[in-house]
Design a protein around this ligand. Structure first.
Ligand code: SAM
Length: 229
């Protein structure tokens, strides 16, 4: 394998979603940089892969990234993984990518699961243009401001949202866009209780209020563009 930093996507729930190439690259890695070494260690054990793990997360000092960059510079292969899905997407890693690029070394994506893409693809919402807003702010006023901007957009908006906030966020959305604007919720994608629902946001709110199970697990929230745009 060519010496490089490999950005390897891992499953977001269903282990069968790991790609053959991801398994090959993980198996050939000199070093696997993981957000949570215990979590990734379990994945590697399941895949019957032995690898040297090193922690790389949002609180890692710049020196950790520099060390990983130097490993690539010495002609070795470093794999970056996050706990789930595609590294650097609402996950740590882009600084490491920059550091490796700035040293003139290759960065190779090994694509796979990503919650926002899986959610959008199964939502039935317009997907020719979309915008991903990452995690919504936890403070209400900041969240409302973001939702107000999202409500004016001409392309589908996607957010990652915490389950314990989904009800309040939907209430805010109904107040900001009116109950008729179409939205979507994708919950527990690829897992046992996977749910993907597209409906007017007023109906989504009523559904979540009527079923506390919808306030559990991992959630992607979606909002359709301004009608007619
Ligand atoms: N890097 C990941 C990716 O490629 O999707 C995202 C990591 S981010 C820290 C975690 C958030 O992604 C969760 O809080 C949730 O909003 C969303 N997410 C992750 N897995 C999911 C799943 N199976 N179903 C729905 N949303 C999911």
């Amino acid at each position: 394998m060519e010496p490089a930093l490999y950005i390897v996507a891992t499953p977001i729930g269903n282990l069968a979603d790991i790609s053959r190439r991801a398994v090959e690259v993980l198996g050939a890695a000199d070093l696997v940089a993981a957000e949570d070494t215990r979590h990734t260690g379990q994945l590697l054990t399941t895949l019957d892969i032995r690898a040297t793990l090193v922690a790389y997360h949002e609180h890692s000092a710049p020196a950790v990234g520099e060390r990983l960059r130097d490993v690539v510079a010495k002609g070795q292969c470093v794999v970056l993984v996050s706990d789930a899905g595609t590294p650097t997407i609402s996950d740590p890693g882009y600084r490491l990518v920059r550091a490796v690029q700035e040293a003139g070394l290759p960065v190779v994506p090994v694509p796979g699961a990503c919650a926002l893409i899986a959610a959008l693809s199964a939502s039935g919402l317009p997907s020719d243009r979309f915008s991903f807003g990452g995690f919504l702010p936890s403070k209400r006023e900041a969240r409302r401001q973001r939702l107000t901007l999202a409500a004016r957009a001409r392309e589908t908006q996607l957010f990652y949202e915490a389950p314990h906030r989904i009800r309040d966020t939907l209430r805010d959305l109904v107040a900001i866009c009116g109950p008729e604007r179409e939205g979507g919720i994708a919950r527990e994608l690829t897992k046992r209780f996977e749910t993907v629902r597209r409906a007017p946001v007023g109906d989504l709110l009523a559904w979540v209020e009527g079923d506390s199970n919808q306030e559990r697990g991992e959630i992607v929230l979606m909002l359709a563009p301004v009608p007619g745009t």
